[in-house]
Design a protein around this ligand. Sequence first.
Ligand code: SF4
Ligand code: SF4
Length: 651
Amino acid sequence: ARVLRRVATPIPAYAMGLVPYVETVHDRLTVEIRRGCTRGCRFCQPGMLTRPARDVEPEAVVDAIETGMRKTGYNEFSLLSLSCSDYLALPAVGVEVKNRLKDENISLSLPSQRVDRFDENIANIIGGTRLTGLTFAPEAGTQRMRDIINKGLTNEELLRGIKTAHEQGWGRVKLYFMIGLPGETDADVLGIAETVRWLRQACTQPGRRPLAFNITISNFTPKPHTPFQWHSVSTEEFRRKQRLLREEFRALRWAKVNFTDVRISAMEDFVGRGDRRLAAVVRRAWELGAGMDSWWESVENAFNAWTQAIDEADLTWKYRKVDQGEWNVMDTDVTDIGGNHPSLDAPLPWDHLDTGIDKAWLKDDLLRALEAATVPDCSFEGCSHCGVCGPDFGHNVVVTPPPIPAFLGHSQPSSERVQRLRVTLGKLGSMALLGHLDLVRLFDRALRRAGLPIAFTGGFHPGPRLSPASALPLGATSSGEVVDFELTRAIAPADFLRQLAAQLPPEIPLYAIAEVPLDGPSATKRLDQAEYYLHVSLEDIDAASPTWDTWVEGVLALDEVLWEKKTKSGKTQLINLRERLHELAAVGPDHPLPVGLEYPKDSHGVWLRAVGHCRNDGNLLRPEHVVSMVEKVANQPLALQHVHRNRLIFL
Ligand code: SF4
Ligand code: SF4
């Protein structure tokens, strides 16, 4: 039985998904512009598995971004493709979107790009007030090596792209390289450092800081369904080549270099080209504690677990290589192979997966690699007959790029302030788990979705002018937060409240709004005290019944409760907590509790109502301070179960 790969058309409108309340990785709108890549890099499995390449119509991309940004409220979007630069409409689409969203403080990020297609237009669309990181993947350090892997990139193209980035304002670029590629010599490995050194020198301009580089060197591990699937790699060789490069980069102190851990590469290689014997090993490795293997703190454990599991299965780390008689295609004279070497014709564990690519083509392409012969990108030049195109998988779809509109320039979002609105709101239920920065981000997105005219701060990182009077501790709920919003255009406060509320979760209720003078002190400056409800209980449930009222009276009778505070400079300072406490009471069942709170069900707990300093100059009484004072009088440990801020009190 054979499993036939299926293909589907990318639909950009599906980009709009759930908008998370907390910051996630890839926290932005992501719109697919092209599926598949036909560049033909011989190490690249996605490039082989996703053929043919299918461009999305430029209008559909622009519409998906414009609608998506307005509906989600994101301030960043990303265009997704295996190789964005091969989407020839990218400059036109990017400039059009940048023009349309010009005043909205939006940035675009692109995944790693083809350095040979990096030009001023691309710089314009990813540049602006917030320069996002720029990543290129030359993959190899010499021309010969880049030809072997069919990267199709010359030194001149590499230099031109990096120079453009430097001229357009980037001070640092990230470059990806690999070691352990088929046919690689030490000269190719050292060529990586040489290339970086040369790029830096060639980009140096008088009066400008030289370009800085972040370099990632990963270890090549061969993947199924690629021309390099027959290649073998060696952990020892990786180690030796890493040593060579570390030595070489020692003289290039301005380059930050990261090497992939060889243990991770060994695990990746072992699993990457496994056969059925792997099942027992995977299970055993998991039983022995493998998992989250590439997390740096887990690597050693995982590697040991895998080593033992492999041993127990009577295999070795190199079991695929052992199967093939320790044979490595690149160690063998090409003429000996002649395309008919038995190892190339032996069945492979993944032969039953029909990707559409002929195995014979993969073999031919490997032989072309041995001669450093390149194959063109079939989206733009000739077809090399890999076998994919036809009724099952369709054909390449390359759209003719529309003309690039005139770039209207980077613009700073408006920082003009016309009106200040002060909103009182709650943070209830699960919203207690939203940190301060996430809350600010949530408001930013809600304001964008509502189309409300928020003003921005100036500078390199403009942010919305919204200021919570005080950050609420994580995990605490509140029914009395206060946030100032500054707008570029006056709006009726009731309309503002209604439009903003419509974009917020129900657990962020808006209670009241007032217009306050723009030139008056901000809520942050006027903040003086806060009223908290603290659910406190005995740590020791076997202790005698608590006498909360007596303990509270005891605290109020004190003149001084000293607390050691660490200052920012690391010094210890003694502060008198009692001075910061204005009111304290145990709340009885006849006293109504703020919304969402319930009376403790057991006799060990109580709600304490505390009013204390809450100034933004650091003079504040925290919930744990209150608990510590009561503990001192009660002479036993107490547990703080929940914090609710009921009210902020202003001067
Ligand atoms: S450009 Fe090369 S490495 Fe990148 S996706 Fe295409 S084939 Fe893979
Ligand atoms: S059949 Fe030809 S055009 Fe189609 S993906 Fe393969 S090489 Fe490209």
